[in-house]
Design a protein around this ligand. Structure first.
Ligand SMILES: CC(C)(COP(=O)(O)OP(=O)(O)OC[C@H]1O[C@@H](n2cnc3c(N)ncnc32)[C@H](O)[C@@H]1OP(=O)(O)O)[C@@H](O)C(=O)NCCC(=O)NCCS
Length: 233
């Protein structure tokens, strides 16, 4: 089947949201972060769409795998990779990104009103994870030029094992190699993701344990060093 890996556009957002929501329905981190009794899939979709719009406005590397529309694939988007570009530690966040951060927060506030809350998001856990994540990044992100951060990678279940995940990752890792930069990701699914990412050149560097009472979630942090001539930092 002819699959194309292309940059995400505004038109792709609804299909990309559906692809990510479906692929992460059984994700341990997702289940730890959201209260299932209060989960609102529409609130979640609005938030994801706003994040994608944010990514487009900030020129974030975001790609979709597309197939021709058919009865089997009524939505052309069958895979998504959503990354954050490297942010050098010496440079302040550009004002345009700062403005988009505020716009995103404002949109989330409006969604809270429209949907009557955060749709089951456990805010305490979110901030707990953010704090743990920052501590981890401070320890393992040693390159002052920053890292390509793979925030989300998703392929529709019926299309897995066909090389789409690899293509969606390599579109960015090739760029990272050209620039001599590392890539980073966190996965809450141990198997098979650790094996898959190892095949894509990532190695485990740390585990983050987010513990809230009896509920814990482990995130596996992995880094892929640039290939070829650039020195490792
Ligand atoms: C992770 C995910 C995106 C991988 O996508 P995919 O299209 O199936 O991956 P690919 O087919 O490109 O496989 C990449 C490599 O992993 C290997 N692989 C794929 N599935 C595997 C499995 N279940 N067990 C072992 N190896 C596997 C492939 O053989 C390939 O290696 P190779 O090119 O050296 O042969 C997909 O499984 C997914 O959407 N999972 C649910 C969402 C998720 O967990 N995302 C990651 C969160 S960080």
């Amino acid at each position: 089947m002819a699959v194309r890996i292309v940059s995400m556009t505004e038109q792709d957002i609804p299909d990309a949201v559906e692809c990510v929501q479906t692929a992460f329905a059984d994700d341990p981190y997702f289940h730890w972060l959201f209260d299932s009794s209060e989960y609102n899939i529409h609130r979640n979709a609005a938030s994801l769409a706003a994040h994608f719009q944010y990514g487009l406005n900030c020129n974030t590397p975001m790609y979709v795998a597309k197939v021709p529309i058919s009865d089997k694939h009524p939505n052309p988007v069958v895979g998504v990779s959503w990354w954050y570009a490297p942010q050098p530690s010496s440079k302040p966040v550009p004002w345009s990104v700062w403005a988009q951060d505020w716009l995103l927060s404002f949109r989330q506030l409006l969604f809270n009103v429209r949907f009557g809350g955060r749709g089951g998001l456990n805010l305490e856990r979110y901030y707990l994870w953010k704090a743990m994540q920052k501590k981890t990044h401070d320890a393992v992100w040693t390159d002052p030029r920053g890292y390509y951060f793979c925030n989300v990678l998703a392929v529709n279940s019926e299309m897995r094992g066909m090389g789409l995940g690899r293509k969606l990752v390599e579109v960015v890792t090739r760029q990272a190699d050209r620039e001599g930069l590392s890539c980073y990701l966190e996965s809450s699914k141990g198997l098979p993701n650790l094996i898959i990412y190892e095949k894509l050149g990532f190695e485990s560097v740390k585990e983050i344990d987010c513990v809230d009472g009896k509920d814990a979630c482990r995130l596996y942090c992995m880094i892929r060093r640039p290939k070829e001539k650039f020195p490792m930092v």
